[in-house]
Every structure is written in C-alpha cells, then in structure tokens.
Design a protein around this ligand. Structure first.
Ligand code: AMP
Length: 299
C-alpha cells in the first residue's frame, strides 16, 4: 500500500560541476524525492514525462518500488540545465524547458486520494495547490519550492504555504521569498502564514528546524567527495517524509530524527552524478551514517 504521495518533476537533466558533466540524465524533484522516500516507505508519484523519456529510466524507478500509476506521458520531457562552481551550495540554472509540464493537468488517481503523507515537491505552485485540493484529509503535507517559482509565481507559492504543515526552503530561497537577509525573521514570517514547522536547508552546512517555540539545528556531514549536489534538497525532503510516514509520529523529537535521516540521504546523494549514488545506496549505509551524525552531536 502506498503511504507517501509525491507531486514534482520527472526530468532530463544536463548538469556540469567542477568534477564532470552529464547530459539528459534522469532527474527531477519527484524522482530524487521518491528514490529517497523509498528507503523508508512506499511512494507514489504524480508527474508527467514526454514520449522521449527513456524506458531504462522508468525501469530504474520501478526497481525502487516507486508507484508510477500517476505518471502521465505527453509531449516532451521537462528539461533542466544547470551548473555549479566551486561553491557547490548554489545551483545556477542555464536553461529551464517546461515542455509537457506547461500543459500538465493534475488528476490524482482515485487510489492515491487517501494517502496520508503528501510531499508537494518542487513544481509549479498551481499544480501543488491542485493536487492538495484533490486529496482526502492528509495527516501531513510538506512543501518545497525554488527560486524559479518564487520569481514567476510568488503569490501562488504563498497561497500554497498557507495550506501546508511543513515548509522546506533553502537559505537563498527563504531570503528571496521573505525579502530579508535574516533567516530567523524569514522562518518566523513563514510560520505566521500557517505551517507548524519550517525547515531551512543550508546545503553542506546542515539544516535548521523552526517551530513556534523551539529550534533545532542538524549538522552538515563533512563529505570529502562531493561530485554533484543536484537533488540534495529533494532527497532530503523525500527521506524526511518517508521516515515520518514509516514511524507515524509527528512529535518534535521525531521531526528532528527525520531531519537527520534527510541529511544522511542527501549527503550520500551528493557523492555522485544524478541518481547514481541513490541507485546503489543501502539501508546499512544510511544507518551507519545516521550513527555518525549522532556522534558528531555529542559533547
Ligand atoms: P534540487 O534538490 O533543488 O537540487 O533539485 C534538483 C532538481 O530540480 C533537478 O533534477 C531538476 O530537474 C529539478 N528542477 C530544476 N528546475 C525546476 C523547476 N523550475 N521546477 C521543478 N523542478 C525543477
């Protein structure tokens, strides 16, 4: 039985980092998020690809037990081209071709409507709102977005934020969205819109959790080999909600654990291009690094 629904992009990515380049690799926010969630739960995705989308990419998603009933096929696949300089915390976009995403009509399959954990991963905020509208009383809704949508559809992004329980943003997006250099102010503004928790991802420097009266900071993992950070935000979100769906415990303490699992999976993801690392990752790798995170925090 599926226990996490993820709406987001399934993409062909062309990525260049100081350590290499890949063209038309499997990517997209729903792809990274569902791979990451699949270590803890049974994800289903809602997205669209084109007729040009390779069958072998579909096969690698099926291998991770990702339910693809909600993956439509129309036109040409969403394509993103980005690069990183030595500061790998910031992706720079060369090209965003929405293609079939432009005419994507969200239609949640009947069998997905009762899924209780919903991740509105990075995609057009109007698609996020429509998907949420069609769901029957989810227990937890998590939302992610990015600078592209904040620049093009800020009002819809804010509208969506009002309807979710947890907001995920990276530090640059938080500053852009709330027009402040200060992350605490940005988090408080976000909380005042409705979410019970706001998580600000700070790339290799970890993540901050803000709730009404408390805050928590998860360390970044001291990675020696970062090759491609694409998808780290999405993997973080996928592992975060996947662990919550598995444990069915939304207490502050368990949110903290979920953030550490998110950081663990995201740190592994950065070790190789595209989804190469997550394809090989095992639960043992995850638990081993989780323990290292616990050790790092003891003093
Ligand atoms: P991140 O976790 O932020 O590194 O996400 C990287 C993924 O986001 C890539 O695989 C891209 O295909 C996807 N992406 C890039 N631009 C957009 C966009 N405007 N909307 C949705 N997904 C995007």
């Amino acid at each position: 039985m599926n226990d996490v629904l993820i709406i987001g992009t399934v993409a062909l990515d062309t990525i260049e980092t100081p350590f290499g380049k890949v063209e038309n690799a499997l990517g997209g926010s729903a792809t990274y998020a569902s791979f990451a969630a699949s270590f803890f739960s049974k994800p289903a995705i809602l997205s669209v690809v084109g007729k040009d989308f390779p069958n072998e990419y579909i096969d690698s998603m099926k291998k991770r037990n990702i339910d693809l009933e909600g993956l439509k096929v129309a036109g040409k696949t969403f394509h993103w081209e980005g690069f990183y300089e030595y500061d790998m915390n910031e992706a720079k976009t060369r090209k965003t071709e929405l293609n079939s995403l432009e005419h994507f009509k969200v239609d949640v399959p009947q069998e997905y409507k009762n899924i209780k954990y919903v991740f509105l991963a990075n995609i057009d905020p109007e698609h996020q709102l429509e998907a949420l509208n069609q769901m029957n009383k989810p227990i937890l809704v998590v939302l992610d977005t990015m600078n592209f949508w904040i620049s093009h559809k800020k009002n819809s992004v804010l509208e969506a934020i009002k309807k979710v329980d947890v907001l995920l943003l990276n530090d640059g997006e938080a500053r852009q969205l709330f027009n402040t250099a200060n992350l605490v102010k940005a988090a408080n503004e976000a909380l005042s819109l409705g979410p019970k928790a706001v998580i600000i991802k700070k790339g290799e420097h970890g993540a901050l959790l803000f709730t009404k009266n408390k805050h928590f900071s998860a360390p970044g993992y001291p990675l020696e080999n970062i090759r491609d950070p694409t998808g780290c935000g999405d993997s973080f979100g996928g592992a975060f909600i996947g662990y919550l769906a598995k444990t069915k415990d939304l207490d502050e303490k368990n949110l903290r654990k979920s953030i550490v699992y998110g950081s663990v999976v995201a740190s592994h993801n950065a070790e190789d291009f595209g989804l190469n690392r997550l394809k090989q990752l095992t639960m043992d790798d995850i638990e081993k690094r989780y323990k290292e995170f616990q050790d790092m925090r003891e003093f």
